[in-house]
Design a protein around this ligand. Structure first.
Ligand SMILES: [Zn+2]
Length: 333
């Protein structure tokens, strides 16, 4: 038997890849049968693969290294954007197997999206279509290639078929998105470009290298990372700078916040010793604080160090200096 194409397509992510293998090999099957099939095919490629995580099994089938597969075919780079380790391991690294097992197949959005024009182009070029991670990033509701609003699949098992089938069956619904709002269009474009910076990375940022530039930018804008009542917080800035209709759809709890009251999702970000924030929070913070993804890239490419005396002090005084933005750039990349 000639096996159908089992390699992942560009930006195809773990569950979508598994779904396509299931459909190509066995037709319409449920999730459990699909996972057992992937396990069996992986075992044929590598003895012992049945015990691997789904991401590792798919990498085995594709003949790729797990780290390459995780970087190009999972949403890990947007989920695990920063790591408290000073030398973060690569996405998919065998040194931290629990991350790959627990998060490797995770989606970024609650629903699974497609672009109808991408579907048409895929079919005319490849004969079939596939789900892409660039259509499935929280807060991005427009295809980056075509600028058209995305659609989400209404069927409870979106990976049982390919995007073209859902379009043909009519089991899709257009996302809420105000195409007429220039502010929303610009914000979503910037947000997508910042996600692309994350997707391009083979491992997370060490926290100081991403929190430092954020803290400096807060300082430049007269914002603060702690609720001292004198300066606005990052969450206040996000609340007032982000298109309100978009915010109501993607972070409705923030719309209920009072000025000066901490909102942990955002206000924990520039604090050096806190647990790293979510990829969504980092993307929104950067999209709000900077005018363009190029500015973000420039800022995080410069290494940032804290002033020497910060290391020599501890407790409240040190925390005060940090939150007042006492970071400095150390050279340029
Ligand atoms: Zn498209």
């Amino acid at each position: 038997m000639t096996l159908p194409r089992l390699a992942p397509m560009p930006h195809e992510f773990v569950l979508a890849h598994a779904g396509r293998i299931g459909l190509f090999c066995c037709g319409l099957i449920d999730m459990n049968r699909r996972l057992r099939l992937v396990q069996r095919v992986a075992e044929e490629h590598c003895e012992g693969a049945a015990g691997f995580s789904l991401l590792e099994q798919l990498a085995t089938i594709a003949g790729m290294s797990v780290t390459d597969y995780a970087r190009h075919h999972s949403l890990l780079p947007t989920i695990r954007v920063a790591d408290s380790d000073t030398d973060p391991v690569h996405h998919g690294s065998a040194k931290r197997p629990s991350i790959t097992r627990n998060f490797g197949a995770r989606l970024h959005t609650a629903k699974v999206h497609l672009c109808c024009r991408c579907v048409d182009e895929d079919i005319s070029h490849w004969g079939y279509s596939w789900f892409r991670r660039t259509h499935n990033l929280v807060g991005v509701e427009v295809c980056p290639l075509h600028g058209e609003a995305l659609n989400w699949v209404t069927d409870p098992d979106p990976f049982s078929r390919l995007p073209q089938h859902w379009v043909k069956l009519g089991d899709i619904e257009r996302v809420e998105y105000d195409h007429a709002s220039q502010a929303e269009r610009q914000f979503q474009t910037r947000l997508h470009e910042i996600y692309e910076l994350f997707l391009d990375r083979d491992r997370p940022f060490a926290s100081p290298s991403i929190d430092g530039p954020l803290a400096l930018r807060l300082h430049e804008l007269g914002l603060t990372g702690s609720s001292n009542g004198k300066k606005p917080l990052l969450s206040d800035y996000v609340l007032n700078s982000t298109p309100r209709a978009w915010l109501r759809r993607h972070c409705p709890q923030l719309c209920e916040k009072e000025p000066g009251v901490r909102f942990s999702t955002f206000d924990r970000l520039p604090r050096p010793y806190a647990l790293p924030g979510s990829g969504f929070a980092y993307a929104i913070a950067f999209a709000t604080l900077f005018d363009s993804a190029e500015d973000v890239a420039r800022s995080i490419s410069r290494s940032v160090v804290r002033r020497k005396r910060d290391y020599e002090n501890s407790g409240m005084e040190t925390q005060k200096r940090r939150s007042s933005g006492e970071w400095m750039f150390h050279g340029c990349a």
